[in-house]
Design a protein around this ligand. Structure first.
Ligand code: TYM
Length: 329
């Protein structure tokens, strides 16, 4: 039997090239070697207020983007978190073994909580739900971008604590980061990671941005005062553009150096823009075809949930028995 892989994305904001290079591209690459579950984590999205109509639309859009990027529903399950109740159930059980101090230390929690007037409990529990997502499927690896590494460490801590309290139950999931593209930075401010929630028009390249928009955003990207690429002295903006090119092209470090050393920033930007436009073009074309077929995505999501529910439910049953909760034979 193939080992299992689990990962997910929030259906909030617009999916950008950071999400693609940090996670989605890797999912497509590894899917033949694993029994994969790719989730649309709507329960995570509502830890911050979402307009209901918009959220419904974003769930279908995200599923269509998974498909357009190359997730094959015959190989991998694509499912929505809230359609398999076991996610929320296991999250509660894991909450009961998680010290609140572990959660308060999470960087993403601190960043998000700092800008909220009142901090919802869901925001604090967010990484426990994430641990439940992963442990429910006994996933061996979790392909994510670098910003999720801390949550993955916490997942292992929670699993270990549960195992030591109640006996060996959960597989320890390994974090899988891409070698290039694990942390794509904002084009307008390369000191900040590219983010779905950042409002600035020049911040992120969305996967569905038209070519003209992609070119404009890249040509305006922040660099530094040097005129040309110097690998001995790379500023963060130039390094980010080179990273984007390398992650899309699959080139190694030698090829990158040979091609880009000494190139003027204007030319670098033009080449990065053309690489991004050409790489996203087939994805955008498939997305348009999928979006034109009403009901297709709903069918995939229904099948995905039906396929994974027995796995998820059997883990919940096991956890119930381990904890002494009522689980009739
Ligand atoms: P989310 O929706 O914020 O991001 C989805 C994926 O994209 C990666 N990512 C990036 N990679 C490179 N550069 C960036 N600038 C960048 N921004 C985002 C993220 O690391 C992630 O892999 N909590 C998760 C969703 C989740 C999950 C899970 C993931 C819920 N349950 C279980 C794995 C396993 C999140 O909010 O991702």
């Amino acid at each position: 039997m193939k080992p299992r892989v689990f990962s997910g994305m929030q259906p909030s904001g617009n999916l950008h090239i950071g999400n693609y290079l940090g996670a989605l591209k890797n999912w497509v690459r590894i899917q033949p070697d694993y029994e994969a579950v790719f989730c649309i984590v709507d329960l995570h999205a509502v830890t911050l207020y979402q307009d209901p109509a918009e959220l419904r639309a974003k769930i279908l859009e995200l599923a269509a983007l998974y498909l357009a990027a190359g997730i094959d529903p015959h190989q991998s399950a694509i499912m929505v978190q809230s359609s398999v109740a076991a996610h929320a159930e296991l999250a509660w059980m894991l909450t009961c073994v998680t010290p609140v101090g572990w959660l308060e230390r999470m960087t993403q929690y601190k960043t998000k909580a700092a800008v909220q007037e009142t901090v919802g409990d869901g925001l604090l529990q967010y990484p426990v739900l994430m641990a439940a997502d992963i442990l429910l499927y006994q996933a061996a690896i979790v392909p994510v971008g670098d910003d999720q590494a801390q949550h993955l460490e916490l997942t292992r801590d929670i699993a270990q604590r549960f195992n030591s309290l109640y006996g060996e139950t959960f597989v320890m999931p390994a974090t899988s980061l891409p070698t290039v593209g694990a942390r794509i930075m904002g084009l307008d401010d390369p000191s900040k990671k590219m983010s779905k929630s950042e409002a600035g028009a020049g911040h992120a390249i969305s996967l569905l941005d038209p070519p003209a928009t992609i070119r404009k955003k890249i040509m305006r990207a922040t660099t530094d005062s040097a005129p040309a690429v110097d690998f001995a002295l790379l500023g963060p903006g130039v390094e980010n553009l080179l990273n984007i090119y390398q992650a899309f092209s699959g080139w190694d470090a030698e090829q990158m150096r040979a091609h880009f050393a000494g190139l003027r920033y204007g030319d670098l930007k033009k080449q990065v823009a053309e690489m991004v436009v050409a790489s996203l073009e087939p994805l955008q074309q498939r997305y348009r075809e999928i979006a034109a077929e009403p009901g297709y995505v709903d069918g995939i999501l229904r099948q995905g949930a039906e396929r994974v529910a027995p796995i998820a439910n059997s883990t919940v049953e096991l956890v119930k028995r381990r904890m002494g909760l009522y689980a009739p034979c």
